[in-house]
Ligand binder design. Structure first.
Ligand SMILES: Nc1ncnc2c1ncn2[C@@H]1O[C@H](COP(=O)(O)OP(=O)(O)O)[C@@H](O)[C@H]1O
Ligand SMILES: [Mg+2]
Length: 215
């Protein structure tokens, strides 16, 4: 049934597709920035474990299939996925892998992957999603909480303040445009192809143009 999902829309090659990571301490502004960005883009599926997003709340993978396939995934739709258990969570991800032309927002990305393991569908979207016109925004506290693949595949990473010494050292050595240990609340540093999402974060001019593979 899941494999029968049709193409929702032919990918538009002119659209900018990206993987954006958002990192930083709790309470420093990650989700607020994510909400600001997603308010400017169409067709979203948000994995929302903390129940903090508005939109069409979907709790079961069958309903997810219905909304992306049967009823039509319109431009204005914010699908907010809140599965009740691990199985629904994993089935939901395999559904999302087959949807084209949308942005996946993964809150608490460390719950989907850890440094040693990554859900196969999630990995696929991260690495190959651009070919299906899928973009992704993943959100986590520390760079070391998520699988290295997420960092490797990110076009841009935004980081709010980090206090863990290893994380600070690592990120500063990778060329973020500001020292992540000195950021005030709601301030962030950037790394990567900031121009790609210039419109989305409006901070491109100060972004570092670092092309290292693993930020
Ligand atoms: N740029 C900002 N200016 C003022 N308040 C903000 C800003 N960003 C976030 N906040 C507030 O700070 C609190 C924590 O923000 P949130 O985005 O939930 O943080 P995080 O997702 O990193 O835990 C929220 O109450 C939010 O309204
Ligand atoms: Mg948050």
């Amino acid at each position: 049934m899941i494999n029968s999902i049709n193409q929702v829309k032919v990918p538009n090659s002119k659209q900018v597709r990206f993987v954006l990571g958002i990192l930083g301490r709790s309470g420093y502004g990650k989700s607020t920035l994510a909400r600001e960005i997603i308010s400017k883009i169409h067709r979203k599926i948000i994995i929302d474990p903390k129940h903090e997003y508005h939109g069409l709340i979907v709790e079961r993978p069958e309903r997810l299939i219905y909304h992306v396939k049967v009823s039509g995934f319109s431009r204005r739709m914010n699908i907010v996925y809140r599965p009740h258990n691990e199985i629904d969570f994993e089935v939901g991800l395999s559904v999302m892998q087959k949807v084209q032309c949308y942005t996946l927002i993964a809150e608490e990305a460390d719950k989907i992957c850890d440094p040693h393991q990554i859900n196969p569908a999630f990995k696929q979207i991260t690495a190959w999603g651009r070919h299906d016109a899928q973009s992704m925004i993943w959100i986590a506290r520390s760079p070391f909480e998520v699988n290295p693949r997420l960092r490797e595949q990110a076009d841009v990473i935004v980081s709010f303040r980090q206090d863990d010494l290893n994380a600070v050292r690592y990120m500063n050595s990778r060329g973020f445009d500001r020292d992540v240990s000195t950021l005030d609340k709601f301030e962030y540093a950037t790394w990567g192809e900031v121009d790609v999402i210039k419109k989305l974060i409006g901070k491109a001019e100060t972004g570092a143009k670092n092309t290292d593979k693993d930020p």
